[in-house]
Write a protein that binds this ligand. Sequence first.
Ligand code: ADP
Length: 482
Amino acid sequence: MQLNDINLLRQQCYINGQWCDANNQSTIDIANPATFDVIGSVPVMGADETKAAIDAAEAALPAWRALTAKERSSKLTRWFELVLAHQDDLALLMTTEQGKPLGEAKGEVAYAASFIEWFSEEAKRIYGDTIPGHQADKRLMVIKQSVGVTAAITPWNFPAAMITRKAAPALAAGCTMVVKPAPQTPFTALALAELAERAGIPKGVFNVVTGDAVAIGNELCANPTVRKLSFTGSTPVGIKLMQQCAPTLKKMSLELGGNAPFIVFDDADIDAGVEGAMIAKYRNAGQTCVCANRIYVQDKVYDAFASKLAAAVAKLNIGVGTEPGVTTGPLINADAVAKVQSHLDDALSKGAKLLAGGKLASIGGHFFEPTIITDVDKTMLVAKEETFGPLAPLFKFSNVDDVIQQANDTEFGLAAYFYGRDISLVWKVAEALEYGMVGVNTGLISTEVAPFGGIKSSGLGREGSKFGIEEYLEMKYICMSV
Ligand code: ADP
């Protein structure tokens, strides 16, 4: 890996403005998921170091929240500029530790930066309310104040954006934060800390701790100083963290698993639907929580859609993400490969037919061929569980009400997509889908300006948009007798 700025490869944690090792000096090697080469190592920290980071965040809080919004905003703006200025290095670091193609990694860096830019602006728009008094001598107001010390636990699939989507609104609101990045992708997180430091974000305001997920997580949840935890990851871990946060009644944002339906109606623009499905299914090798997991195609266009999707999949190019022309990188690890394989085997054993792909790629490692199966039905695992890999199962349907019922027949409720042109149908389906986000005639819905989040077992709260900063604010009602 040839970074232009070698100081972006940080192999220590960032606590209270210092680059630190674990108390017991232990480290763990981090490997490239495409080549298995060791990239470097990071400290294995536990509860004590996490407590030190929380203490640092607490000590930094009074001065940080006392800055004017404009002062916090200009530091965030500087951070945003530095992230964009180092887009190529950050993307290379990300591809090396995460596997996604370099073009996608660059896109993610820009997406990650956009949250910092957006919330640097929103910092200045934390408005309160005045309320007409209930008695003649009463004047009532609502002000918004930062919740205080916050924590974030983030996943490996978006190593930069999942951090900035939490840290930027937190810092904008006047909170301080301790971040525990995913064990697979610590270097992007540490590079973001390096750039935060260069941007002049004061010591203790933004801290990154790597190491033992359970020990760090326990401390972040149990420590009463932490007033809010924001987590993106799997539903079982989210539930566990919520239980662990219950004794200290922390505010929580949980962005958890999905099982996105992608519906193509008979009157849809099929080419557009295929293009949307390619993005919604195969981006990041199918490893996003908003990936299309179940593709429902109405009977009249089923065969045409399937053959056009197969033609598009044939153009995908599997390989190491830093190589030119690669569209599909490796899966993150052997467990991820096993899950895709098990969903595929289960479907084929119950009567599904293989249309494309279907096995580990010939280049070895954790590369799985982009795969399509047809004749899929609801008895199969792919109907119920999130595959989190490049497997597209095509279900056939004929009736609109029936497909809405099937699409909603899941504990999850994050993203849903559909393609159709009849305006009445579009409204009916958009309103009927029990999801936090619905893409209509598009397969790409994520943007910093819109609220991202789910319902049901997909989580609590929203990130991004004008709503995202509310998650880091408390409302205070002031009743004044005059
Ligand atoms: P995935 O299976 O996709 O890695 P996880 O939900 O296991 O999703 O991981 C998301 C994040 O949660 C990672 O940073 C991981 O280290 C962290 N994590 C996993 N288990 C725990 C736990 N028991 N306590 C705290 N954090 C955890």
